[in-house]
Design a binder for this molecule. Structure first.
Ligand SMILES: [Fe+2]
Length: 234
């Protein structure tokens, strides 16, 4: 069922959200971040924060559906314990603790049919809310992305989707522009090219939010930007 306020998708749920309290507490951590954090004076970030919290509040108020998923790990999840340990000592400790409670129920993915070999051991993401669940919503995706230390995630962009990252654990940079610490929010508007690098010694865990239409979120069409070909003779 789809509701106009941004609630639920067409996948049939196995339970109501109210029957999965650990997941509600995780959502409330997201809601608190997007409600109480600062936009740093940026109108674009303020608008994004409001879009995320309005869509998220609608799912919580509607007691959205929950779809059971098969937990899946990836090689990089060997770094997950450390990322949570470090996260629990910092500014994002509430989120890190709430995430620990569902850690064995996460479905880690690559998101590409062909994963670049250099990335297969160093990266994976899991969705916690979106059209595919586990918590159903059709105009918002929330999830986490985990990087091993010393990782470069190649340049990419998202078509028709506005993305924000919130640092939970570890240090990272985007487009060599700055170093971000736990609590930082970074906004990537649709089509913005971005490339991520992570610190040498610790893993990096980011929460992300994707805002878009149901069509855009159902088929995200994320694309890695092809590296520039070497010119002949160069
Ligand atoms: Fe991205």
């Amino acid at each position: 069922m789809t509701d106009a306020s941004g609630g639920e998708s067409t996948t049939s749920p196995d339970a109501r959200l109210s029957e999965r309290p650990d997941w509600i507490y995780l959502l409330r951590e997201f809601e608190a971040l997007f409600r109480h954090g600062s936009a740093g004076g940026s109108k674009a970030i303020r608008t994004h924060r409001k879009a995320v919290r309005d869509r998220l509040s609608a799912v919580i108020a509607a007691d959205g559906g929950f779809v059971e998923q098969t937990p899946i790990t990836k090689p990089v999840t060997a770094h997950f314990n450390r990322a949570l340990d470090v996260g629990e000592r910092g500014a994002m400790q509430g989120m890190a603790r709430a995430l620990r409670q569902v850690r064995d129920r996460l479905t880690w993915e690559y998101g590409y049919e062909k994963v670049p070999p250099a990335l297969a051991r160093k990266y994976a993401y899991c969705e916690i809310l979106g059209p595919r669940g586990p918590i159903l919503a059709d105009r918002l995706i929330l999830g986490f992305v985990l990087f091993a230390p010393n990782t470069t995630y190649p340049q990419h962009s998202h078509k028709s989707i506005e993305e924000s990252y919130i640092s939970i654990s570890g240090a990272w940079s985007e487009n060599n522009a700055a170093v971000y610490a736990p609590g930082s929010l970074i906004l990537n508007r649709p089509g913005d090219e971005h490339r991520i690098t992570t610190g040498e010694l610790e893993p990096c865990l980011l929460a992300y939010a994707w805002v878009g239409t149901p069509e855009a979120l159902t088929a995200p069409g994320m694309k890695l930007t092809a590296p520039k070909r070497k010119r002949a003779g160069a």
